[in-house]
Design a protein around this ligand. Sequence first.
Ligand code: NOJ
Length: 703
Amino acid sequence: MVSLKEENICKEAKMLLENMTLEEKIGQLVQYGRLKEAELQKLEAGKIGSFLNVAGADKVNKLQEKAMKSKNPIPLIIGDDVIHGYKTIFPIPLGESCSWDLKLIEETSEIAAEEASTEGINCIFAPMIDITRDPRWGRVAEGTGEDVFLASQIARAKIRGIQSNKWNDRPYVTACPKHFIAYGAAEGGRDYSAVDVSERCLRETYLPPFTAALDEGAYTIMCSFNDLNGIPSSANKFILRKILRQELGFEGLVISDWESIEELIYHGIAKDKKEASLKSIEAGVDIDMHSGSYEEHIHALIDEGKLDKELLDEAVLRILKVKIALNLFNNTYTDTSLSKKVIRSTKNVEKALEAARKSIVLLKNKDCLLPLNKNIKSIGVIGPLAEDKVNPLGCWALKGEPKQVTTVLEGIKHKLKSETAVYYEKGCNINSDLEGGIDRALELAKKVEKVVLVLGESSDMSGENHNRAYIGIPEAQKKLLKALHSENIPVVLVLMNGRPLTLTWEEENIPAIIEAWHLGDESGNAIADVIFGDYNPSGKLTMSFPRCEGQIPVYYNKKNTGRPNFKKYLDVEETPLYPFGYGLSYTQFNYKNIKLSSKKIKQDEKLTITAEIENVGKIAGDEIVQLYIRDMVASITRPIKELKGFKRVHLDPGECKEIKFEITAKELGFYDEYFNFVVEKGDFKVWIGPNSIQGLKENFEVI
Ligand code: NOJ
């Protein structure tokens, strides 16, 4: 993608601006989220600059035509929430992050953007790169987990994918990383709640994925709904002007979240939409998503001398530059025949299967109950999600179609020979009992050789403002599970959910647990592949699973505290049930021979760390090898571990590979007391291991 700093882009934008009336300039700031007759007329008068929630090449072309009919023709930005696929639905982002596969993530993002582009969309409201450490928050499903390093790498991969733009016959697509900033720190996991985080926490935890996304060339960014340390993001000059523009040098455009400018009134920092508009534009929000505030009030604010015209011009210039960079002026329209060729092509659906398989995390497999043998004579598939085509799509699968989803029951049937008896029983509903359901499930379970139970959350139990205070398997389903357990029926538990769940009882009592998230279109096929061993699971968790809700937030890279050995709770261990980075395989990997290129490195030097990983099991598998470090003594307290590298490696049985990581001393730096980035001398520990709590250890020193 071209840089927004390029001279000809700036020149062209300025020339356009010079010819625009005040009304037309304001129009560029206006984004509508619904299309009605009145809007069509405004379009021709150049009073709307962008839309969301409209799609389809034909429909969008007509809108573009209207915009191009105005005296000063300026094409439209067409935004959309393409969160985990457009019409080919991939796993929810939290699930896909468990693949730790950056190439795959880039590819699925590219497919999503390409499909969307054939329907006239040129701005994708993704990736969501908020760090998420509170599983009660419904939006953890949309993010990539708790870790800053991993989330930043994924942010880069997604921007590369979304903005790959390998065509010249239609507008390019820009990503819109969101939500700037610290939205994931909402109090108590309650969406939209206030966020109060220190500047250190903001810079160390929430900012890096955005820095990465901008460095990768995102043209737009969305600010968040939340109040941040007393000033909602949509009016927050510190984050939007100082950090984003001055420090990060962002040249692209900032778009508000849905009606978040008007919401400044409810936050209590503006008495009306006029004051809200003034605060937002002064803070640097360029586009008003759907609240109508800018449309109604910017003109008056300028006439009354309250708003500096220069600020309006700056905002318009930024928008124009993005439109030029997206090639919208040359390629305004989209060929209506394209979508048929691109959407849900065989290649795209195959990628959805790969992504779904790689997102699955095997949490428990006592006595190698899994994989099941395909030669079994009978199997019972039980549970409210076993035959479900809607919920596996997950939240924000707006254009996803249930008919494209393979259920677990279908996936299992595809796998087995026709003579195998496959029975199904629902057992209960997702959130309520089903009359006689448990009895029928028990009866079925007793007559079959193996039982697969598919439980979890519906797609609307996560996502925007779908938070939960109790994050276990819903009660009605838990009853079903306990009934089967009380009859000593060994079940394979498959979980579909949009967040980490509390699974303490399940871990103690159920022999095999597969975390399958909401995997999208290919859910059933991918799950069946894992159940019968056609795919050896390799996913690793990107959010810690708490033992109970009272432990939240629980994440691996906490601080040591002055009393690390004191028990933190009287009634539960401090550790998570399943830690960050955890996931099993059907084979076993042995880690050995950790080696450092040197025990001492200078501040401008590189350190090479190697270890050997051997597949000591009987089948081939992929392992996600993780590198962590700890700065033992620094001028600022540092986390007990920080992920600094990871590699996916494929190993055949008996195969051993040396895995090599390189880190520069710069990667060991942090912000000092005055927020200068420093690399301090001193001792470090380094681990190479299969997750955040195990691994081979070494020491080195920065001199
Ligand atoms: C609100 C959500 O917070 C945001 O993520 C989304 O992009 C917009 N609505 C538009 O749908």
